[in-house]
Write a protein that binds this ligand. Structure first.
Ligand code: NI
Length: 136
């Protein structure tokens, strides 16, 4: 069931919000507000160390000395957190590795940080989604 309530906003904030609605193709303000609220709750759970699933993306040059070994070694240290790993040979030098992970948000973040900070990793990213389950 949907319930209505009203929100008061300053002019300029409302203008910015309407711009956001347009660029994100929302049909109306309510839809956009609902999405923003949900997103902020997901972020909060994430921060509160709940169970998450995540995708780590790495781009690196496999010619970098021992980098391939280190990427593998770190993943073995966190083998309980790793659901699957896909390695794509992008071109002569570059590899793309996409790692699907699950676990406590802080540990998943830690794993991503260790991989992304390895010397020779050109680009790294972690995207997380809450499973909605709490460990507490
Ligand atoms: Ni490769």
């Amino acid at each position: 069931m949907l319930r209505r309530f009203s929100i008061s906003l300053e002019d300029n904030l409302l203008e910015t919000f309407d711009g956001y609605i347009q660029s994100h193709k929302y049909n109306n303000r309510s839809e956009a507000i609902r999405d923003l609220i949900r997103k902020s709750f997901v972020k909060k759970e994430w921060e509160a160390d709940h169970m998450v699933m995540g995708v780590i993306t790495l781009v690196y040059d496999h010619h970098q000395h021992q980098l391939q070994e280190k990427v593998t070694e770190v993943q073995h240290d966190y083998h309980h957190h790793i659901v699957s790993t896909t390695h794509v040979h992008m071109d002569h030098h570059n590899c793309l590795e996409v790692i699907i992970v699950r676990g406590k948000a802080l540990e998943v973040q830690e794993l991503a940080d260790r991989l992304i900070s390895l010397r020779g990793v050109r680009d790294g990213n972690l995207a997380m989604s809450s499973t909605g389950k709490s460990l507490h």
